[in-house]
Design a binder for this molecule. Structure first.
Ligand code: ADP
Ligand code: MG
Length: 261
């Protein structure tokens, strides 16, 4: 699914978090969005996913504008930054929550036990298992989710998102907190999902993690796009080096980010 973000801005308390950002991710591409802490990555993520409203600009999926229509964002799967698994539920039940949201019967008829419920219930169970299998953790299905190692918990979050049958997957810092081997495993999984045809927007703080994964990289700094290109082009860009090497102080002055007039 093609994603087009055009001239999108969003401010908090009169200060821009995301300013005049445009990017196009063609169907099937794995795009990384990188930038230092506070660059606006998570805000952009939420503007695309619909958890936050844009102040101005447009967001389109396959050419259909969605920025004012949350219902049209079906087809987007999200894994939020520092998302947690549901405790007190098995891995399987965690994914069931994702699967329930997309079946035709849904929660209401399930609650009312309408006739179609039983048929759907079996379908959902099969689907949830298939999603766990797709990310390689079917063997953990009946374990309490909180007992899974962190790497498997991340895979579980991916499985939950995949159960919504997304065509665009948004991942906000999925590798954070993972050990080297877990990162490696996650990198392989994300690459495989891209190879299966999913369009993926991967938001990351860790440049090294995405540079070898991404087809193309967009760099944000102070809410603006400062570079966009192949990993090699971005790595060689002096503006990117400046943003990361901290020539300016960690907390830039407000005027650097831009104040809403
Ligand atoms: P990143 O994910 O790149 O670290 P964020 O998008 O989380 O950056 O934040 C960008 C800027 O917007 C920061 O200055 C942050 O403090 C501000 N910001 C983000 N969310 C909010 C919010 N809900 N309320 C106020 N300010 C926010
Ligand atoms: Mg963030």
């Amino acid at each position: 699914m093609e994603l087009t973000v055009d001239n999108v801005s969003r401010a908090f308390g009169g200060v821009y978090a995301v300013r005049e950002v445009s990017l196009t991710v063609p169907a099937g591409e794995l795009r990384a969005v990188i930038g230092p802490n506070g660059a606006g990555k998570s805000t952009l993520f939420a503007l695309i996913g619909g958890q936050l409203a844009v102040d101005s600009g447009t967001v389109a999926l396959d050419g259909v504008r969605v920025e004012r229509r949350p219902a049209h964002r079906r087809g987007i799967g999200v894994v939020f930054q520092s998302a947690r698994v549901f405790h007190g539920m098995t891995a399987f039940e965690n994914v069931m929550v994702g699967a329930h949201a997309v079946t035709s019967a849904g929660f209401l008829s399930a609650a009312l036990r309408l006739p179609r419920h039983h048929r759907d219930e079996r379908r959902i169970r099969e689907k949830a298992l298939a999603c766990l299998d797709r990310v390689g953790i079917a063997g953990w299905a009946n374990r309490p989710a909180e007992e899974l190692p962190l790497g498997q918990q991340r895979s579980l979050q991916l499985a939950r998102a995949l159960c919504g049958e997304p065509r665009l997957l948004l991942l906000d810092e999925p590798a954070s907190g993972l050990r080297a081997a877990e990162r490696e495993h996650l990198a392989e999984l994300i690459t495989r999902l891209r190879d299966e045809g999913l369009t993926i927007l991967l938001v990351e703080h860790d440049v090294a993690f995405v540079m070898r994964l991404a087809d193309r990289v967009t760099v944000l700094d102070l809410g603006r796009v400062i570079a966009d290109g192949s990993p090699a082009e971005v790595r060689a860009n002096p503006k990117v080096k400046t943003a990361y090497l901290g020539v300016r102080p960690d907390e830039p002055p407000v005027h650097a980010r831009g104040v809403v007039e």
